[in-house]
Design a protein around this ligand. Structure first.
Ligand code: TEU
Length: 464
């Protein structure tokens, strides 16, 4: 693997490193048995250069699959346009051209990511049909939906012209936003929604410069597109109350009228938020933020343990995008291999010895149990799931909001005490990141000011 699964050489198989199709069937069955749904990551923008389609396409200019990929003429010493690919390579610093010269057939091919990941040509109806068929294969096997990799980039601009110089150093994968992508997403949606109940979900990765651009990927009421569009602008927002307030307002204004916002603090492509925000206390407060906002929260495996990124010495780095730190293995227990069958290729996260999953399971105050309580509270509260959002008055470094009539969330981004102005009524603590677990009466029983400790996140419920 050149990009850890994002360089697909067989859309209908499982890499032997991870098991077999039979293992996946068993996993889907077991998950369904305990009420979990399984969403697969589908990578339609590019394939591996080892995919039989590309092997055939590059064998000759006359190949029947030639037009399944995107080719351009030479000269061999000057790429066809100024687009940059997304990865610098292990240890590299500059983004290389998004084109690679194919010696044998003497043309360039386009790749938004690695040279080992040639872009498919979605202008070609055969490509569209072949890729939709791969979706049907997994739907038939019981997949509950898809997370579609870089879905905004499927359509390329006619003519493949240069970017203006001021944008030319930004990888093209983070900019493409062609009108022609929307009908493609409608085809994808049609395929995913065509199967009998239960309804399958369509989530898309939309890495775009503005939240307004991302919002367009929900489509319109008559022509819906994605159910959920990933928005990484909040992920890039620093731990600061006013920056987050602006961000939340922006998302609720741009996205909420069109669809259901998707919230992400960490994923496999970015440093974990525990590392970005600098402390476990902040990461715990961020869990309250994530789980009390209107929309769908996405958790990245390990954030529920409060994990930081692993320190990865240069000799052990393997990811061409420099993303190894957040991909360190989950420490399941306190044994030498932390519950794994063999030594993993990446180092452990720094919390592995003391804060592995087994230790946190047993500790009521652990981050794992904080997430569990927050998730249970969300599930049990129509207000948290879909209640109206309204900002509440608070001190400068606190953000506080009501959800519906009977839930309030408050997060103190500051290192000192802060306060929130509670609406009239009698409120109790449902969960706090710093106060003892379990319900505890707040100092107020008729609205008024509630004091928050440094870095505290708190969820309150109305009890009168
Ligand atoms: O990522 C797409 C993407 O544009 C970024 O988040 C990317 O990681 C960044 O530009 C690199 O610096 C998706 C997947 O999430 C990522 O893991 C894959 O490597 C990538 O697509 C290619 O399939």
């Amino acid at each position: 693997m050149a990009d850890f699964g994002y360089d697909v050489s067989d859309h209908l198989g499982v890499d032997p490193l991870f098991g077999s199709l039979g293992d996946l069937d068993a996993l889907i069955d077991e998950a369904h048995g305990v009420g979990l749904r399984v969403v697969l990551d589908w990578v339609p923008n590019h394939t591996s250069d080892r995919h039989p389609w590309f092997v055939e396409a590059r064998s000759s200019r006359a190949s029947a699959k030639r037009d399944w990929y995107i080719w351009a003429d030479g000269p061999p010493d000057r790429p066809p346009n100024n687009w940059k690919a997304a990865f610098t390579g292990v240890g590299g610093t500059a983004f290389p051209p998004a084109w690679t010269w194919d010696e044998r057939t003497e043309q360039w091919y386009l790749h938004l990511f690695l040279a080992e990941q040639p872009d498919l040509n979605w202008d070609n109806p055969e490509v569209v049909e072949a890729m939709l068929a791969t979706l049907r294969f997994w739907l038939d096997r019981g997949a509950d939906g898809f997370r579609v990799d870089v879905v905004h980039a499927l359509a390329k601009p006619p003519g493949l012209g240069d970017l203006p110089p001021e944008l030319a150093e930004i990888p093209i994968a983070a900019l493409l936003d062609e009108p022609a992508v929307h009908p493609l997403i409608e085809r994808i949606r049609e395929t995913v929604k065509a199967v009998p109940a239960p309804e399958r979900v369509l989530i898309g990765e939309t890495v775009l410069p503005s939240v307004d651009q991302i919002a367009a990927y929900y489509g319109s009421p008559g022509r819906p597109e994605l159910d959920l569009a990933f928005n990484f602008h909040p992920l890039r927002t620093r731990w600061d109350a006013s920056a987050w307030r602006r961000r939340i307002d922006e998302v609720l204004t741009a996205v909420a009228p069109r669809g259901w916002p998707a919230w992400v603090l960490s994923n496999h492509d970015n440093p974990r938020h525990r590392s970005r925000y600098g402390s476990l206390a902040r990461a715990r407060a961020a869990a309250v933020l994530l789980l009390a906002l209107p929309g769908t929260p996405f958790l990245y495996a390990g954030e529920e343990l409060g994990l930081s990124d692993a320190e990865v010495p240069s000799g052990r780095r393997v990811d061409p995008g420099g993303r190894d730190g957040c991909r360190a293995p989950i420490p399941w227990d306190g044994g030498p291999l932390h519950g794994w069958a063999a030594e993993p290729w990446l180092p452990w996260p720094p919390e592995a010895a003391a804060a592995h999953a087994a230790a946190q399971e047993a500790d009521q105050g652990s981050t794992l149990n904080l997430y569990r309580r927050l998730i249970a509270l969300r599930r049990g509260s129509p207000s948290l799931l879909s209640g109206r959002f309204e900002w509440l008055g608070s001190s400068r470094e606190v953000l506080a909001w009501a959800r519906g009539e009977d839930r309030v969330a408050a997060v103190n981004f500051g290192a000192g005490e802060g306060w929130v102005e509670l609406p009239p009524g009698c409120w109790e603590t449902a969960v706090s990141t710093t106060r003892p677990a379990g319900p505890a009466p707040t100092p107020t029983s008729a609205g008024g000011r509630l004091a928050l400790g440094a870095d505290e996140g708190i969820l309150l419920r109305r009890v009168d």
